[in-house]
Design a protein. Structure first.
Ligand code: CA
Length: 247
């Protein structure tokens, strides 16, 4: 299952140093990756994560929710923002918004004329997202569609909409292969498709695990791994992030 952020109750280390304390708090509200040694993860976050204050506030509010683990971690948000800068992304497609951490991280990374097509089915979760998009001054970049994502994606394909530079797939896992195929049609050559939770807490390794979500994630890893249409890397960031570059 998604690993970020972690459960409440982890003790903060006492520290006189406010920077260390701030990083400690960040770590306390971030899930431990199952795939990275906790001390290494803490080191990574403590030394290199620069989180926008509105992102931090959003993460703290999200942390109190029952499904808090569905949000990405701050180190993943920073990686995605870096990839946006590397590819010169202006148009970003997000499939699965939840409370908006990843879309906010990306909106902050995109240029002023950037555009995000954000697909989500939950009005409740996105009411949180919208508040923070506004607070951070990036709401004008985000076109939120409350509808089943496949409807929105098929609509974009049939309207022959302008290609996207990046796509992030982090919605219901059973449909991940359908989302991957749609994203491949919607992203430009040289653009990136990222798929979240592809290690699924390690469940993809367990041949006995035939849960539909696990099967779908296992399939998308194999599909992308053999896919001649893309260059691909699977990173053990948070719960596993698949990054595919469309050839
Ligand atoms: Ca996720």
């Amino acid at each position: 299952m998604s690993v970020c952020p972690q459960k409440p109750g982890q003790q903060l280390r006492a520290s006189e140093d406010s920077r260390a304390l701030r990083h400690g708090m960040m770590q306390a509200m971030t899930a431990k990756s199952k795939f990275v040694d906790p001390k290494i993860q803490e080191y990574i976050i403590g030394t290199t994560v620069r989180e926008h204050p509105v992102l931090r506030e959003l993460r703290e509010e999200t942390f109190a929710l029952e499904n808090a683990r569905m949000a990405i971690g701050p180190e993943q948000g920073q990686l995605m923002a870096l990839l946006a800068h590397l590819t010169g992304a202006r148009r970003y497609l997000e499939i699965g918004v939840f409370t908006g951490y990843s879309s906010l991280a990306m909106a902050l990374a995109l240029p002023e004329d950037g555009y995000i097509l954000a697909c989500e089915v939950s009005d409740d979760y996105t009411s949180v997202a919208r508040r923070y998009w506004t607070k951070a001054g990036v709401a004008h970049k985000i076109d939120l569609r409350i509808a089943p994502a496949l409807e929105t994606l098929d609509g974009a394909i049939s309207e022959d909409c302008a290609p996207f530079d990046m796509a992030f797939i982090d919605a219901d896992k059973e449909s991940v292969n359908a989302y991957y195929e749609r994203a491949l049609r919607l992203v430009r050559p040289g653009g990136l498709i990222m798929v979240d939770n592809v290690l699924w807490g390690g469940a993809v390794l367990d041949p006995q695990d035939e849960d539909p979500d696990t099967l779908a994630l296992r399939e998308v890893n194999v599909r992308a791994g053999r896919d001649e249409r893309v260059d691909v890397a699977l990173l053990p960031v948070c719960d596993g992030l698949l990054v595919a570059r469309k050839r």
